[in-house]
Write a protein that binds this ligand. Structure first.
Ligand code: GTP
Ligand code: MG
Length: 288
């Protein structure tokens, strides 16, 4: 599968993130609740190292909540807190301050002993493309509005957004390249729109989506497209969907392109209901 991520680009973004890391107390790593494994950057642990980390499973509103909760249990440890959030409505964002306070407990304690009562926690946001970094920052900003300008002592033209509960967020999120370690990961990133459809032709992509959904969410396809059942053969299912949706060309042939575009659109538009594509119980990856 040909995916173009220029090594030079990766080096540059990594360096930028490493520079910004020096300015913050903690990192908020945003992942997609539907693809928690695939939306983790393969090098994020190496880049963030031992900075206290708050992982947000974003888009929790369109994932299956029981699976999201299992992910939280799996990922939490001494230096990592995990929360499920919806950056569009702001649901879950109230828990961020308490979680950061817990993570930075020792640091806050030390500042208190030095007479600093209201320590401002500074945080940067990282995540793969389209995961919701901007939505998150905007939501946090709207809930507060104080946009702090350049601050003395730090690099010029870095904007900080001060939330009403006293967190300062770096307003430029760190965009991390996603991982393309295997085909499954790339497919999941493409299904959810994290990477462009160009990784393969759209008809194959839709076919692979049907295949993926057939194994756990076949009932959703049956219900939505009023097909009799899902077939062993995903192509047959896709063709049945096409017929039900009138994706037929003049000579009665299936319009594969139309049905593919329609299906991917509907999946991404959450028309098939809440769907999670990755489970914590699936085989572990060495970097998890
Ligand atoms: N349902 C749902 N959609 C979300 C959520 N957060 C973001 N989105 C949608 O996801 C898409 C991408 O959001 P952005 O905030 O632009 O993502 P980003 O990480 O800044 O993307 P890049 O800047 O391209 O890297 C948009 O269509 C958002 O409306 C969420 O919590 N729930
Ligand atoms: Mg953005």
């Amino acid at each position: 599968m040909a995916i173009n991520w220029f090594p030079g680009h990766m080096v540059k973004t990594r360096r930028e993130i490493e520079e910004n890391l020096k300015l913050v107390d903690a990192v908020i790593e945003i992942r997609d609740a539907r693809i928690v494994r695939s939306s983790k950057n393969p090098q994020v642990d190496k880049i963030i190292k031992n900075k206290p980390r708050l992982v947000l499973l974003n888009k929790a509103d369109i994932a299956e909540s029981s699976v999201t909760r299992r992910w939280i249990r799996k990922l939490e440890n001494d230096t990592t807190r995990v929360l499920e959030v919806n950056s569009l409505t702001g649901q879950g964002l109230n828990s961020i301050k308490p979680a950061l306070t817990e993570l930075l407990h020792e640091k806050l304690e030390r500042s208190k002993n030095r007479g600093i009562v209201n320590y401002t926690m500074r945080v940067m946001v990282v995540g793969i493309p389209n995961v919701g970094k901007s939505s998150f920052i905007n939501k946090m900003a709207k809930a507060s509005i104080a946009k702090v300008g350049d601050r003395p002592g730090v690099t010029k033209n870095k904007q900080w957004i001060k939330t009403k509960d006293g967190i300062e967020l770096l307003d430029t999120p760190g965009i991390l390249w996603p991982k393309f370690e295997d085909e499954k990961t790339s497919l999941h990133l493409a299904f959810t729109g994290a990477i462009k459809d160009e990784i393969m032709d759209i008809e194959t992509l839709a076919l692979r989506l049907v295949e993926r959904l057939s194994s756990h969410y076949g009932d959703r396809l049956v219900e939505r497209y009023k097909i009799d059942s899902v077939s062993e053969d995903p192509l047959e299912t896709l063709e049945n969907i096409a017929r039900k949706r009138g994706c037929i060309m003049s000579k009665g042939e299936i319009d594969y392109n139309r049905v593919a575009v329609m299906l991917l659109d509907e999946f991404r538009g959450n028309k098939l209901g809440n769907i999670t594509l990755e489970w914590p119980e699936e085989e572990d990856e060495q970097d998890e």
